[in-house]
Design a protein around this ligand. Sequence first.
Ligand SMILES: [Zn+2]
Length: 351
Amino acid sequence: MTEPRRSRRLPDGTRSGVPGRVDAGPGLLEAVDPALFPGADARRKVDGGAPSERWRALLDEGSPILADGAMGTMLFLSGLQFGDPPEVWNLTQPDVVRRIHRGYLEAGSRILLTNTFGGNRLRLGLHRLEERVAELNQTAAILLRSEVEAAGGRALVAGDIGPSGAIMAPMGTLDYQEAVDVFAEQAAALVAGGVDLIWIETMSDLTEIRAAIEGVRLVAPGIPLITTMTFDTRGRTMMGVTPEQAVEALAAWGADAIGGNCGNGPDEILPVISRMRAVASDVILVAKSNAGMPELVDMRAVYRASPETMAAAATEMQAAGALIVGACCGSTPDHLRVMHGALVAGRRVLS
Ligand SMILES: [Zn+2]
């Protein structure tokens, strides 16, 4: 994700703003419609598998695959002010966005996310930018594609879709069909910009991520899809979803890779990966942890995990079953470079 979620943590360790919901998972599985949530095999029949070609080629290289690190952290270091929409920098500061992507490419990242975490019309609407969804997302994809090509074209461009920013009905106000429409609009712009895959991240609510998957599938039935949720509340998401519920639901809905991102650091994502692996032996798992537990210092989130700590964690995540390993808030290209070295060294030992 791109913004610290500091306001939600209360002194007693609970979270403010959203009532807990503890049973959001398995019941939804009964409603899967194969037309809306096709599995990978069905999708290849739809479009001949063309959008999946680069994805499968990357997988065929063998494990592990390094994703990228934080975008928001790097934008804040480059002068973005808290509260300003990072997606605007795709237009106003494209050189900065490209330089951040370049840093992760040079660190060894093979899957990079566009600067579009909050690029849906609900979040952009907070800044009166709801009319700019297509422009901001398409531009972000083009910027990242340019850097990937300049670096030799070996990395994949992932269109980043974060949460809507609203709470789903009936607990909140966001109607399911409207959510599908919001996510479809963003996905269409990312696809128009030429992304290789879509990465839905930092989700807490299974209903919302289901709407996001359905939105993506409406506009891009065959595109590879990575989905990660944030398990930052005693082993569950903020909305009460367990790793087991998440992996079972997301696999049923046709996600190509599933895992955790953001949260309270590698110590909390490691058991998430283990628990997912225990109930889903053949799913491609993804770990993209924050660089440690966020601490609030001078009204800014600070992350203290060193590159070496994150590198040690990366090898543990890989051992626990994660094929794709990256980092989230607080990480920099320095973290990813050392993580890459550790993963490559581990592969040599294994082979
Ligand atoms: Zn994060």
